[in-house]
Design a protein around this ligand. Sequence first.
Ligand code: CA
Ligand code: CA
Ligand code: CA
Length: 282
Amino acid sequence: MRHLLPFQLTALLATLWGGAAQAQPTLTGTAPRANSHNVAPTAPITVSFSQALSGNSITALRVFSTQRGGMRSGQSGTTIVGGNQLSFIPPTSWKPGETVRTTVTTDARNTAGQALAKGHVFDFTAATGGNGLGTLTNVGGSSFSMGAYPNALRLADVDGDGDLDVLSSNSNYYGGTPLSVRLNNGAGQFSGGSEIPVASDAQGSRSLTVGDIDNDGDLDVLATDNVYKVSVCLNNGSGVYTVANIMELGTTKLTDLELADIDADGDLDCLMYGAALTSSGC
Ligand SMILES: [Ca+2]
Ligand SMILES: [Ca+2]
Ligand SMILES: [Ca+2]
């Protein structure tokens, strides 16, 4: 039998080591950290990985505002790859107290083309202003009309002008319209008479949620009736909504719903609850 000399063995091991498959990249940290509160209004989002990323990994970072601009990344701001970090720099401040939802998808790849093993989702909350003591002061203000008997309210900048507008799901015991939108003039005064004919039963619309479900940079609306229907309303960017779809979920007697990227693939999914728990992709 022929024996390998020591230098020959060393060369063989080096060859084997050099040919071994590189591990997939892993996510090692985020800034802001998941579930952080009091995040600075203009804070960038930075995700760190175990390896340097390829340049086309910029599509892996998806940033969803719940109050302004909907899908921020890819629509506004700048996403950059730098070594083992992927960052998003917002062009406008986060809204005070808003929840920002972030997904890192498996589009993140190392320079050898290997994908992140699994997607990752994290949220943070932007800092609020004021004195931070929870003291509210009545400064007067004006009243305004929504549809009759609102069941639920949401604040979001639906027309993209930088101020928060208001939406309500309404009962329609007396024939009112089930979903109302009122626009802010920037000074906290609301006007307009936009009424959206979402699906409703005898008790109107029970609840609503806001998110950018078509990834075009504006905030869309999902609204439930009181039984089993969910209306999908798409925004034209100016706060004008069209009912694009009505989902029928069976006899679940819906109570509330929420949008979040449940499967970490970069789009918002919808979780609804009522008499029975039902989840559905949007
Ligand atoms: Ca607005
Ligand atoms: Ca949208
Ligand atoms: Ca998803």
